[in-house]
Design a protein around this ligand. Structure first.
Ligand SMILES: [Fe+2]
Length: 345
């Protein structure tokens, strides 16, 4: 496995780049905007392909690299389903898997630091965001933080993992890089409490100053911009209410870009074909499945995904490949359902 822990000294943030092999797909957890060039250089040097950029939660102390990485690499931007951030193109819930080729992480919903905090667990390690830090825990006094929820996330989820599980947090302010669940259980001063009430009392008495970047970071992280806006301006977007009329039309092919697990969980538009987004470039190239399909059938390709972000990037890629009738459904299956479009399970 390729594993890199990257540090932003301004915000003391750790970001993690993971891939199963050289030449394979990679994902990055909690990237920082100012470090995007460095990540892209490393991705090139390690000969991996960045397909997913993930935030564990809405950050208050630095601007996320998600939007910039999406614009530079057309990667899938991922957060938990509780996120209210616009840039997200794939939302995960507890029990889902965050997967790239050769790697699969279990998604744990671990609220408390914020109400949109998630942890990602592999066999030997867990990425805990700001829920569990090394000899500390993430503050719970803003962004819908809740010490009671955090106690539950830590004691009833994270500390239940095997003791030797490596803990990789989103921050460290003292130069620590990694810990284990067993170490934190025994030596994390915040976890030496006898009850949830004692933990709530401890967290409520911290009186921490607000992060210096907070007023800039939160609004900026909420609005990273949508890939869909540019596509709509070019006239390549179809509103869900209008797209409903295309179901069953012989000259239109509906193409679902989501992953299999998303299709199983949320259903599919009847009659649609499945072409997962990570394979898109290959499928759109000459000789690729979608390229051949569009040219041989003359059908207009109508892409969709979960929220319209992946499909917007796919439309651009299709036009770049010379498939000039490609368009997508604005807002994805989420908007389709709200418009009472038919869904098959
Ligand atoms: Fe945080």
């Amino acid at each position: 496995m390729i594993f890199r822990q990257l540090f932003d000294s301004e915000s003391s943030t750790y970001s993690y780049l993971l891939a199963s092999r050289r030449g394979g797909e990679a994902l990055i957890i909690d990237p920082v905007l100012e470090k995007v060039e460095r990540y892209l250089q490393l991705v090139k040097e390690l000969d991996v392909r960045l397909v997913k950029a993930v935030d564990t939660h809405l950050h208050a102390d630095h601007i996320t690299g998600l939007g910039a990485l999406r614009d530079r690499t057309r990667c899938i931007t991922v957060m938990g389903e509780r996120s209210r951030v616009d840039v997200v193109s794939m939302r995960l819930a507890e029990g889902d898997r965050l997967a790239v080729e050769g790697l699969s992480l279990d998604v744990l919903y671990t609220p408390g630091h914020t109400d949109d905090s998630y942890s990602f667990r592999m066999a030997d390690r867990v990425f805990t965001g700001d829920t569990l830090l090394i000899r500390g825990t993430g503050r719970t006094d803003f962004q819908n933080g809740d010490p009671r929820a955090q106690y539950d996330s830590i004691f009833n989820k994270l500390l239940k993992l095997p003791e030797e599980t490596l803990v990789f947090p989103a921050h460290d302010y003292k130069g620590e890089t990694v810990s284990t669940i067993g170490e934190e259980k025994r030596f994390n001063p915040r976890l030496q409490v006898r009850s949830v009430d004692e933990y709530v009392g401890l967290m409520s008495s911290l009186h921490l100053p607000n992060p210096k970047m907070m007023d800039v970071a939160i609004p900026s992280n909420m609005r990273q911009g949508l890939a869909q806006d540019a596509i709509a301006q070019r006239g390549w977007a179809v509103a869900p209410t209008d797209a409903i009329a295309f179901v069953g039309k012989p000259d239109v092919a509906l193409i679902d870009l989501r992953e299999r697990a998303e299709r199983e969980r949320h259903g599919v538009i009847p009659g649609s074909l499945h072409a997962p987004y990570p394979d898109l470039q290959e499928n759109l190239a000459r000789g690729g499945m979608l390229n051949e399909f569009a040219r041989s059938t003359g059908k207009r390709m109508l892409f969709y995904c979960a929220f319209g972000e992946r499909s917007a990037m796919a439309v651009q890629a299709a036009h770049d490949a010379g498939l000039s009738t490609a368009c997508h459904i604005t807002g994805g299956l989420d908007a389709w359902k709200k418009a009472n479009g038919p869904v098959e399970r």
